[in-house]
Design a protein around this ligand. Sequence first.
Ligand code: 5RP
Length: 225
Amino acid sequence: MNQDEKKQKAAESAFSLVLPTLNKESVLGIGTGSTTNFFIKELNKTKVDIKGAICSSEASKDHLQESGIKVMELNEVHGIDVYIDGADEFNSRFELIKGGGGALTREKVLANSSKEFICIVDDTKYSGLLGNFPLPIEVLEVARSAISREIMRMGGKPVYRQGFITDNGHQIIDVHNLKIDIPFEMEATINNIPGVVENGIFAKRTADIILQATDSEIKTLNKNQ
Ligand code: 5RP
């Protein structure tokens, strides 16, 4: 199976898991990226009668159009029942790196507002120590160089994501070579640098369930079991 096929299998598995739990009052959170797009495809194929969906990006909102599901904003609801999203890296503590697609800030807001966060990944995303995938940081444009200097003092190599503007109107720095041995601390430390909007470490709010596609099966990893 190639990586795309695995992403599709993980997304289909999430759809099967979530579908029986949904009702007319359910609010679904939907992330961003190629794995999540496979999940959206399932929503576009099967009529799902729910209150609405909240997306972490304008791109995902566009993809969801065909589903007939009402696209809502987080401010209109009291919370999200279940949030589905991919990741760039995950570890055995259900901590993640996200933001390869640049939607990390809204993704973290949605994950944090969700009763349950189901993360859909293929097995290439597993890492014992987070940081193989360059860590995305959304920054205010005026603070980009100052933040980059701080990051270098922390041992990271910041690379400006040229020509990319987030849905929130900000820039992204991708940080290479950062040793993220205590993700919870690193997440807070980076967010404490003035001008940082958000960083892509999800350690304060981890995933609850990880559906990991391998060549032969979908592994369901549950944080509470
Ligand atoms: C977007 C994300 C994505 O979830 C992450 O980049 C994984 O993407 P893909 O499913 O395309 O591999 O965090 O900001």
